[in-house]
Design a protein around this ligand. Structure first.
Ligand code: NAP
Length: 272
């Protein structure tokens, strides 16, 4: 009898994982391109991360997405980490380069994708968690001359602002800023407990600019609706999600996950 060959495994680690759209996206990509691969959801508690990495070195796991709260934990466990991920202090993708287990961060590429070719004079970032780190790194790559960071917990804004060389702004003053790019990097507006909430109302959007919400479920958040009513352009978080996933897929397979089809797939999954 011929022994069965193991399949090629991919997956996402995080805890709790909640309802991730990554399995849908990547499994669709494998089937569209006729590739051998199965992407799974692996909820993993913090204390099990090191054992998981050891196991991944012997199992047919070819790629891993890493989400909250493990993006920092995995860093010292890898053979190589890209400069970008190291600067950020966060890895969201594991992939193999021959025998070396490598870490990359594709959130920055994802964040930048809808902004390519555009320029802004002043940005305001709302929130100081893991996503805000990717945003600040992206804004530095984009060369935005002035960036301010406001967060509910002031000390966290100060720390992160110092790390990235941007200006901290008291949370209470966030509506009085003349920025032309405002990014919501907080979970306000997300489906569930935070639905219908916004870090900024219409009065906070003065002049003209782009409101960019990292939240993608729902696609149409109150933050974007308030911005639109003030005459601002809007960008939802789906573009970032799709592009960070496409960058992962590229690292794992060397192939391009079709962008339009991916967006349609996820829009449908989100009920649009
Ligand atoms: P996180 O690390 O948990 O950070 C959350 C941030 O939001 C913290 O700065 C926190 O402030 C602030 N916050 C939480 N609740 C708040 C409230 N009620 N009022 C004001 N501020 C509040 O989360 P994250 O990983 O940065 O993710 C943030 C959001 O970005 C999530 O909605 C996530 O889904 C989204 N995201 C989207 C993509 C994408 O591809 N589109 C990628 C990554 C993340 P404190 O410091 O005061 O607690």
């Amino acid at each position: 009898m011929t022994p069965r060959q193991p399949g090629t495994l991919y997956g996402i680690i995080g805890y709790p994982l909640g309802h991730s759209l990554s399995p849908l996206l990547h499994n669709w990509g494998f089937s569209q391109l006729g590739l051998d691969g199965m992407y799974m959801a692996w909820p993993l508690e913090q204390e099990k991360v090191a054992d998981f990495i050891t196991a991944a070195r012997t199992l047919p796991i070819r790629g891993v997405s890493v989400t909250i709260p493990h993006k920092q934990t995995v860093l010292p466990l890898l053979d190589r980490v890209s400069d970008r991920a190291r600067r950020l202090g966060a890895v969201n993708t594991l992939y193999w380069d021959r025998d070396a287990l490598c870490g990359e961060n594709t959130d920055v590429l994802g964040f930048l994708a809808p902004l390519r070719g555009r320029s802004f004079s002043e940005a305001l970032v709302l929130g100081a968690g893991g996503a805000a780190r990717a945003v600040l790194a992206g804004l530095a790559e984009l060369g935005v001359p002035r960036v301010r960071l406001a967060n509910r917990t002031a000390a966290r804004a100060r720390e992160l602002a110092a790390e990235f060389g941007v200006e901290p702004l008291p949370w209470e003053e966030r509506a009085a800023v003349g920025a032309d790019l405002i990014v919501n990097a907080s979970p306000l507006g997300m489906r569930g407990e935070r639905a219908g909430e916004t870090p900024l109302t219409r009065e906070g959007f003065s002049g003209r600019g782009l409101a960019y919400d990292l939240v993608y479920n729902p696609l149409r958040t109150r933050f974007l609706a308030e911005a639109e009513s003030a005459g601002w352009e809007t960008q939802d978080g789906l573009g970032m999600f799709v592009e960070q996933g496409r960058a992962q897929f590229r690292l794992w397979t060397g192939r391009e996950l079709p962008a339009d089809g991916a967006r349609e797939l996820l829009r449908a999954a989100l009920g649009y």
